[in-house]
Design a protein around this ligand. Structure first.
Ligand code: NAD
Length: 246
């Protein structure tokens, strides 16, 4: 389905981004893995290339920096000639009570989670051809509130709004722009941020009675990156085991 296509996946060194890069590579996509963590990213690119036989390139990139993002897109074009799929996945979720949030805390989360989607999507859309796909990883925190995550909820709500507006602007170029809103997914980021008690408490919120896996999100990304979703644009698709149903 994706033979000879090229994807950029940001935050691909681990967690959901790694799962997405692996799933796209299994579909024969060339994958450019972008991450700030250079050594983990290079290791991940080698692992995925070995497992799938698809070409993988690791690029060190801080997605909140325009210079890094421009270099990322340039590298994808230099290596593979085209850019067909952009997955805006890199993100951070540090928890802090609202009254203790500093301006620096706020700016950091907005820059990494939201400004990055502007920088990457703009740089990519400039070189993408008709039929290309942009998929951003939002969160159910864009739809319901979470204490200690006001800055994060704002950043993910921003992604949803941007997804709808950008889908309109890029429709004439036949570029689909969609987002996925994951629930609780087992990743290194979640392991570092939640203790076992908090995870147990969260499980009671999930009708499916399990945490999601990176593959659960990757499967939705593969669909939104494929021609099978050509008539879907500007949507936020919730993948949360039913968390937000009640
Ligand atoms: P993670 O912390 O396990 O992995 C994130 C990756 O992004 C890391 O490899 C990290 O090095 C990279 N990264 C962080 N800042 C970066 C930057 N400035 N530039 C480039 N790379 C950067 O996180 P995860 O749980 O896999 O989350 C991935 C995405 O999914 C995030 O946008 C997150 O908000 C979203 N999400 C996660 C969950 C969840 O439960 N895990 C739920 C909803 C949404």
């Amino acid at each position: 389905m994706f033979k000879n296509k090229t994807a950029i996946v940001t935050g691909a060194a681990k967690g959901i981004g790694y799962g997405i890069a692996l799933a796209l590579a299994k579909e024969r996509t060339n994958v450019v893995l972008a991450d700030m963590d250079e050594s983990a990213n290079e290791k991940s690119a080698k692992e995925i290339e070995k497992e799938t036989g698809s070409k993988c390139v690791a690029v060190k990139c801080d997605v909140s920096k325009k210079e890094d993002v421009d270099n990322l897109v340039k590298t994808a074009i230099n290596e593979f000639g085209t850019l067909d799929i952009l997955v805006n996945n890199a993100g951070i979720f540090p928890s802090k009570p609202f009254l203790e949030l500093t301006e620096t805390d706020w700016d950091k989360v907005i820059d990494v989670n939201l400004k990055s989607v502007f920088l990457c999507s703009q740089a990519a859309a400039k070189v993408m051809r008709d039929g290309s796909k942009i998929v951003s990883i939002s969160s159910i925190a864009s739809l319901v509130g979470f204490e200690g995550l006001t800055h994060y909820c704002a950043s993910k709500g921003g992604i949803n709004g941007m997804t709808r507006a950008l889908a309109l602007e890029l429709a004439p170029k036949k570029i689909n722009v969609n987002a996925i809103a994951p629930g609780l997914i087992g990743t290194p980021g979640v392991d570092a941020g939640l203790n076992d008690e908090a995870k147990k408490q969260m499980l009671t919120m999930i009708p499916w009675n399990r945490m999601g896996l990176p593959e659960d999100i990757a499967n939705a990304v593969v669909f939104l990156a494929s021609p099978q979703s050509d008539y879907i644009t500007g949507q936020v698709i919730v993948v949360d085991g039913g968390w937000t149903l009640r």
